[in-house]
Write a protein that binds this ligand. Structure first.
Ligand code: SAH
Length: 197
């Protein structure tokens, strides 16, 4: 098992989105949050099998899971982000345990994952954008780790046929990135849930 701090440092050094697209809500998961989420998953024994990183972006969560020795498939709608994810996997030395596929989570062909890890769009640009992610996770996996706006627990438990069995709260700083952003950066409260389907 790699040390938690080593995973965080490895994730910190990965490349981010070159040209982020607002409508896809492209933000990299900050390395400390990713490493805490993965440590929680590891402590539940959820990184031992096949892990699906849905909306993988530049691969932070998937590369991190592979550092814990999981076999990872990352799926994203954006070809350019996938190229960065592939190159990040190479830089982290986990290429042989990772595959990066283009696809929309609403019509996902991948099946039979043990665990989903995801930081889906929060629905800030397109209301309900997190719903196809939750539905797909429920369809393909036994367990999911997912990041949401603070206060989403009730919605998530009502939306999926499953239970939130663990999780934690934290804060993330979103950089000023898109033209419509008014502040230089914004700190938001988020919650990570472990869902058992
Ligand atoms: N998981 C990454 C990126 C989070 S940003 C990380 O933790 O850093 C959300 C990602 O979801 C973006 O990369 C975006 O391209 C992708 N995405 C948004 N809607 C999608 C959809 N319907 N199908 C597949 N990917 C989608």
């Amino acid at each position: 098992m790699p040390r938690r701090k080593e995973v965080e440092m490895a994730l910190q050094s990965l490349r981010g989105f070159e040209d982020p697209t607002a409508c896809l809500e492209q933000y990299e998961t900050p390395a400390p949050l990713a490493s805490d989420l993965l440590h929680l998953a590891w402590s539940h024994g959820d990184l031992e099998g096949r892990v699906l990183d849905m909306g993988c972006g530049t691969g932070v969560l998937g590369v991190g899971a592979a550092l814990y020795n999981a076999r990872v498939v990352g799926v994203d709608a954006d070809a350019e982000a996938l190229r960065t994810a592939r190159s990040n996997a190479g830089a982290a030395g986990v290429s042989e345990r990772t595959d990066w596929l283009r696809g929309d989570v609403s019509s996902l062909a991948v099946t039979g994952a043990d665990t989903v890890v995801m930081n889906p769009p929060f629905g800030a640009q397109q209301s309900g954008a997190d719903r196809p992610f939750l539905s797909a996770a429920e369809r393909v996996a036994e367990t999911a780790y997912t990041v949401h706006n603070q206060g989403s627990l009730g919605f998530v438990e009502a939306f999926v046929d499953g239970n939130v069995t663990d999780g934690f709260e934290t804060r993330v700083t979103l950089p000023r990135r898109f033209g419509f952003h008014e502040e230089d950066e914004r700190e938001i409260a988020v919650e990570v849930y472990r869902i058992e389907f």
